[in-house]
Design a protein around this ligand. Structure first.
Ligand code: CO
Length: 211
C-alpha cells in the first residue's frame, strides 16, 4: 500500500490511543452530542485547517468549506449547513475566513479557463466587478490580490447577512454575529476585518427583509 495512505490509517490508531490515555471517556462523551458555538466558513485549501488555526477541539466548531470560502445564496449545501447551525445548533458566531494567496481568488483575477470551476469562480469575478474602481487603482499586483481577498471576505459576510436564515434569527432576537477574517498562510495569524454584523441595518435597504 502507498506509504502516505497507510500512514494516515496508522496515525488514526495512534491518535485514538493517545486520546484515550488522557481521557478514557473522551469519545463516549463526544458521541453524546454537539453544541458548537461557532460556524466556520472557510476555503477548501489544505493549508487552512479550521480547528488547528483557532485551537478548537472536536465539538467546538461546525465547518463548511468550499473554494474561496464563498457564500452563494443558491448553494443548497451552504444553506443547509447555515440553517442547521443557526436554527438547531444555535451557534453564536459565524466566521467567514478567507486567506491570502487563495488560488480561487487568484483565478478570478485572470482569464484562463480551468474547467467547470470557471462557473464557481464567476461568483468571485462578480465581487471584482463590484469593487473594480478600488481594485484597479491598486497598481502592485500582489497588493491588489491581497485587497481582493479582503473585499471578497467582506462581501461573503454581507451575503450571509442577506440570507433569510440569518435575518430571521436576528428578527427573533437570537444572539448571532457574523464576522470576516483573513488568514495569513505565511504567518499563521488571522486578521479580523472588523465586519461584525449582528443586525440587518448595515445592509442596503433593498436586502432588508421584513417579517
Ligand atoms: Co483559497
Amino acid at each position: 500500500m502507498e506509504d502516505f495512505y497507510k500512514k494516515i490509517l496508522d496515525n488514526n490508531k495512534e491518535w485514538v490511543e493517545k486520546t484515550l490515555e488522557k481521557d478514557p471517556n473522551y469519545f463516549k462523551d463526544l458521541a453524546k452530542g454537539q453544541k458548537p458555538p461557532l460556524l466556520w466558513i472557510g476555503c477548501s485549501d489544505s493549508r487552512v485547517p479550521a480547528n488547528e488555526i483557532i485551537g478548537a477541539k472536536p465539538g467546538e466548531v461546525f465547518v463548511h468549506r468550499n473554494i474561496a470560502n464563498m457564500v452563494v445564496h443558491s448553494d443548497m449545501n451552504m444553506l443547509s449547513v447555515l440553517d442547521y447551525s443557526v436554527n438547531v445548533l444555535k451557534v453564536k458566531h459565524v466566521i467567514v475566513c478567507g486567506h491570502y494567496g487563495c488560488g480561487g481568488v487568484k483565478a478570478a483575477m485572470g482569464n484562463d479557463s480551468i474547467g467547470i470551476i470557471d462557473n464557481w469562480i464567476r461568483h468571485i469575478k462578480d465581487v471584482y466587478r463590484f469593487h473594480e474602481s478600488y481594485l484597479d487603482a491598486i497598481v502592485d499586483e500582489e497588493a491588489r490580490f491581497n485587497a481582493f481577498v479582503e473585499v471578497n471576505v467582506k462581501e461573503q459576510v454581507l451575503d450571509l447577512a442577506k440570507t433569510s436564515i440569518v435575518q430571521a434569527a436576528w428578527r427573533s432576537g437570537q444572539d448571532l454575529t457574523v464576522h470576516g477574517w483573513v488568514y495569513g498562510l505565511n504567518s499563521g495569524y488571522v486578521t479580523d476585518l472588523n465586519v461584525n454584523l449582528s443586525s440587518n441595518k448595515d445592509l442596503d435597504e433593498v436586502y432588508q427583509l421584513k417579517f
